[in-house]
Design a protein around this ligand. Structure first.
Ligand SMILES: Cc1cc2nc3c(=O)[nH]c(=O)nc-3n(C[C@H](O)[C@H](O)[C@H](O)COP(=O)(O)O)c2cc1C
Length: 223
């Protein structure tokens, strides 16, 4: 598979088939992702991989916390900016509208939206759920490195015929994730990553998100 094929066939999948993923394939993905560039070669990523019953236990623990109102302190970092400039606000709202339209959840249907949101915590039924963390002492620069590592995981999954969905939703229930996976206090939970065989017939997997033209963000200096 060409790199561009991996990039262009990757999209966030929100419905997976139960078909398992072999530990050997996961080790191959993680081993190759570990070649990610990082400033000073710090390699600041910490990865927790759950599958089988362990994946289900993590999901069950988060659902239990949600249902009992155990919301904890929430995410330990700003998942989104505190204030959205109009262009970003429009993009965020558009993708939400597109997803919920596909799912047949009308605007204002809080119960329908919550139902979809909760599926995050089942990793959208993917057989593999990963949690990406970083040492608390790391700076902004190392969060870049972790982002690169996350992307390499997603692209390498494509080479194995697998799909993914990155999930900041897990940072919101980091207190439960931490408890379940024995994540030390000196690490920050960045996000989850659902990984498995996407269900091609599932409605939400038909969402092809838009991108701004490169002129909107690229400044050229050619002479
Ligand atoms: C760091 C990160 C966190 C994300 N968190 C979530 C999430 O919690 N739930 C979800 O359904 N999608 C999540 N997404 C997926 C984005 O909505 C998606 O990447 C974006 O809409 C672009 O669509 P695409 O991935 O299909 O190209 C996340 C993506 C990133 C990069």
């Amino acid at each position: 598979m060409r790199v561009s094929e991996a990039i262009n066939s990757r999209r966030s999948m929100r419905a997976f088939k139960p078909d398992p993923v072999s530990k050997a394939d996961l080790e191959w993905i993680v081993t190759n992702a570990n070649r990610s560039a990082s400033n000073g070669n710090l390699q600041p990523w910490k990865l927790y991989v759950t599958m089988g019953e362990a994946r289900k236990r993590l999901s069950a623990a988060i659902h239990k916390a949600m249902d009992s109102g155990d919301n904890g302190p929430g995410s330990e970092y700003d998942v989104y900016p505190k204030h959205f400039a109009p262009v970003y606000d429009q993009r965020r709202k558009l993708v939400g509208k597109q997803l919920y339209t596909l799912l047949g959840v009308p605007k204002g249907d809080a119960a329908g939206m919550l139902k979809q949101f909760k599926k995050n915590y089942d990793f959208f039924d993917a057989p593999v759920g990963m949690i990406l963390c970083i040492d608390r002492g790391m700076g902004n620069g190392q969060w870049i490195d972790c982002g690169i590592f996350l992307d390499q995981l997603m692209l390498l999954a494509r080479e194995k015929g697998l799909h993914t969905c990155p999930q900041a939703a897990f940072s919101r229930y980091q207190h439960v994730v931490r408890r379940e996976l024995n994540i030390p206090e000196d690490q920050v939970v960045i996000c989850g990553l659902a990984l498995g065989h996407a269900d091609p017939d599932a409605v939400p997997n038909n969402l092809i998100t838009e991108r701004a033209p490169i002129e909107d963000f690229t400044t050229w200096f050619t002479t």
